[in-house]
Design a protein around this ligand. Structure first.
Ligand code: A3P
Length: 314
């Protein structure tokens, strides 16, 4: 499905979908971000102000939100769902429910950032920061208590390494010093459980907050490890969860050997995710890996019980 208005602003290149908006500065307004992204990508920022509203469309508050988790595969999930003709997606992370300075701008501000959509379409936005936010569950519930939520999760240790890798490259780009994974994760011979990346992987702790506000049947958990290897399988489950007719097909995906990941074929175009998605990870010391596996084991078991579902995590 063609991404309407907001995503159109990004003018996706054939080989790369949206840049990693996780890197965006928190205090920059979303519109400024959009304008700068358009300018940076295509030098056609004047197109931004000349976007026309297709007749019969309007901005709708999302009926579904991908609330996380950071580095779970949120961008891949969003872009793959965008193939569906009954789905429109917001191209950038909006951070409405987790950043107070955006939340105070009100629901109309939020609605206006959504792409134009027809009545028969579902609007989806994704902001991975919601999953670990203390306020997001209550605020989303206040907006729509019957909303459907998507959470994409992957092995918690793999997620920590992916999180580390993203920060590592960001720091390199900004010419800041970098540390080895092992030197951050182990402090004074013990696991550094204060490391934010480790805390974000405590899925049971975060899930507890969501289950205070939402029934389990309003939440669908996407297996991020499976999405990498068998995207169609996971997307068909999401179509069912959203009560949408099955429209995403195996022909919508092809495996790109160079990237090492599935890429998307739709609307006559082929495109892979941005190069910041699917980066090689560092080889981590075996003992450190075992320490992480064993730290997460109990949390994973708790999580499986909470959601009545188990995963293939270490
Ligand atoms: P890595 O870059 O560590 O491999 P998010 O979009 O939430 O930041 O998640 C990024 C992760 O999405 C990547 O982590 C990658 O493993 C995963 N991913 C899943 N499907 C992908 C795809 N088709 N192309 C690229 N990355 C994909």
């Amino acid at each position: 499905m063609a991404i309407l208005l907001v995503s159109a602003l990004l003018l996706l290149t054939p080989s790369q979908v949206a840049p990693d908006e996780d890197l965006l500065l928190k205090n920059v307004s979303i519109l400024e971000v959009l304008k700068s992204e358009v300018g940076a990508l295509s030098n056609t920022s004047e197109q931004y102000s000349t976007q026309v509203q297709p007749p019969g469309t309007s901005h709708h508050i999302p009926q579904t939100i991908i609330v996380g988790v950071r580095k779970g595969g949120t961008r891949a999930l969003l872009e793959m769902l965008d193939i569906h003709p009954n789905i429109v997606v917001a191209a950038t992370e909006v951070h409405f429910f987790d950043w107070d300075e955006n939340y105070v701008k009100g629901i109309e501000w939020y609605r206006n950032l959504m792409p134009f959509s027809y009545e028969n379409q579902i609007t989806i936005e994704k902001t991975p920061g919601y999953f670990t936010s203390l306020h997001a569950p209550e605020r989303i519930h206040d907006m729509n208590s019957s909303i459907k939520l998507l959470i994409i999760l992957r092995d918690p240790t793999e997620r920590v390494i992916s999180d580390y890798t993203q920060v590592y490259y960001n720091r390199l780009e900004n010419r800041k010093s970098v540390q080895r994974f092992e030197d951050i994760v182990i402090k004074n011979g013990a696991l550094n459980t204060k490391y934010k990346a480790i805390q974000r992987s405590l899925y049971d702790v975060h899930m507890e907050r969501w289950l205070k506000y939402f029934d389990l049947n309003q939440i669908h958990i996407v297996d991020g490890n499976t999405l990498i290897k068998q995207p169609l399988k996971e997307l068909q489950k999401v179509e069912k969860f959203l009560n949408l007719p099955p429209k995403i097909l195996s022909s919508n995906f092809y495996f790109n050997q160079t990237k090492g990941f599935y890429c998307i074929r739709s609307d006559g175009r082929e495109r892979c995710l941005h190069e910041s998605k699917g980066r090689p990870h560092p080889v981590v010391n075996r003992t450190v890996l075992e320490q992480l596996y064993s730290y997460f084991r109990e949390h994973n078991r708790n999580f499986y019980k909470m959601v009545n579902q188990s995963f293939d995590w270490h």
